[in-house]
Design a protein around this ligand. Structure first.
Ligand code: HEM
Length: 402
């Protein structure tokens, strides 16, 4: 029997189809109900869409490996093709995770609060009294890049330049799939800039995350230790930037849209800031900014009565898991007061998002600072633009009318 013989012929999901990606929820619902183990023949991957399946698979890293990559189209049959911890299994992952855990401390995250508030003021104040602005382009996309810069210890006077290079490095022209010349040049600038920063911290350590990373000792399996190489340090800078920028920008983009669509809930938040942390969890559940984590299947495994062969690619759809009626009552209803015990929008298990507390704080402060200046705005689904990647989903543009 072929892998997709058991699923309805008219059920089709792929993350590259713009029309599906605009609103995948009806397709994900059908997958949960009719094909909880889905197979896409065109791109040759399986998908799990129910909360419990995504949760269980995220915990079973022996069967569902990250070491072949976790982005569907970038996965390789080769094992350990990257030094970034998000694409490693234990024991390599364990060592790096421990090291980052020691540097990305509660204190370091908490210390960013005043900087985040002042960035919010810098970006939002110019629009007070105006007719409106693009919430993502002018604010949500800018804030996280500056925050990661501050976290790493990039001097404030350089942060805007680094943000410019970061934007340029990720820019893909319409119709292109590869980085263009401008993007490659920007990568070059970033590499040169961070090399200087690394060298400075080797000579003269400071109280910042980059100095901690430079000084950290990696504990090896044989009990010996070693410092990180330059390539590993650059890998960390890239990982923190790529994992921390696009995701937060999308979360804030969804926030602008969903709070405009639910003005009574926005009013509740404006009246009672204590509701904001719960609203952030609901936003994450309702529209997961990073809705697909791919894994490589390391052994034949039976799922929903079918064998998924070793060597297969499988997508864990945490974006769908957040809408699973088996887990969340009335799951398609957006409700900032919903009690949420747990969700999988930050992943689960070994690779649980290491920036989750920073992301939560950024979102909370961004919402507080937005509501303090703009208690009401209007945004419409027809006017937003979406980013198109297989890993991050959400608006790249949300024009708001004040
Ligand atoms: C709303 C914002 C965010 C969302 C939705 C999000 C989502 C996720 C998810 C789903 C994973 C798990 C990946 C997997 O299982 O393969 C993850 C891992 C990760 N995230 Fe986040 N993230 C966010 C913000 C951040 C921030 C601000 C940072 C940086 C400080 C960050 C750094 C990381 C890193 C380094 C990993 C890899 C952890 C590991 O492999 O052990 N993320 N994130």
């Amino acid at each position: 029997m072929k892998p997709n013989d058991m699923q309805p012929d008219d059920l089709y999901y792929d993350p590259y189809d713009y029309a599906i990606d605009a609103d995948p929820h009806p397709v994900w619902r059908r997958m949960r109900d009719e094909a909880p183990l889905y197979y896409n023949r065109e791109y040759d991957f399986y998908a799990l869409s129910r909360y419990r399946d995504v949760y269980d698979a995220s915990l079973d890293h022996q069967t569902f490996s990250s070491a072949h990559g976790t982005v569907l189209e970038l996965m390789s049959r080769k094992h350990d093709f990257s030094t970034m911890m998000i694409w490693l299994d234990p024991p390599d992952h364990t060592q790096l995770r421990k090291l980052v855990g020691r540097t990305l401390t509660v204190r370091r995250v908490a210390e960013l609060e005043p900087r985040i508030r002042s960035l919010c003021a810098e970006y939002l104040d110019p629009f007070v009294g105006s007719a409106g602005f693009d919430y993502v382009e002018e604010f949500a996309a800018r804030l996280p890049v500056m925050v990661i810069g501050s976290l790493l210890g990039v001097p404030v006077e350089d942060q805007e330049t680094v943000r410019g290079w970061t934007d340029q490095s990720l820019h893909v022209e319409p119709g292109e799939t590869q980085s263009n010349k401008g993007a490659l040049e920007a990568w070059g600038h970033l590499r040169g800039y961070f090399q200087e920063q690394i060298d400075q911290r080797r000579r003269d350590p400071r109280d910042d995350l980059m100095s901690d990373l430079v000084a950290s000792e990696l504990e090896l399996e044989d009990g010996s230790t070693r410092r990180l190489t330059d390539d590993e340090l650059h890998g960390f800078v890239n990982l923190l930037s790529s994992a921390g920028n696009e995701t937060v920008a999308r979360l804030l983009g969804w926030t602008a849209l969903l709070l405009s669509e639910h003005p009574e809930q926005r009013e509740q938040l404006a009246a009672d800031a204590a509701l904001i942390p719960g609203a952030v969890e609901e936003l994450l559940r309702y529209e997961a900014p990073s809705p697909i984590q791919a894994r490589y299947v390391t052994r034949d495994v039976e799922l929903h009565g079918q064998i998924v062969p070793e060597g297969s690619k499988i997508a864990l759809l945490n974006g769908s898991a957040g809408r699973d009626e088996r887990e969340f009552t009335d799951a398609d209803r957006f409700d900032i007061t919903r009690p949420i015990d747990s969700h999988v929008s930050f992943g689960y298990g070994l690779h649980f998002c290491i920036g989750a507390s920073l992301a939560r704080m950024e979102a909370r402060l961004a919402i507080e600072e937005t509501l303090a200046r703009f208690p009401r705005w209007e945004a419409s689904r027809e006017k937003i633009e979406m980013v198109h990647t297989s890993t991050v989903r959400g608006p790249s543009s949300v024009p708001i009318l004040l």
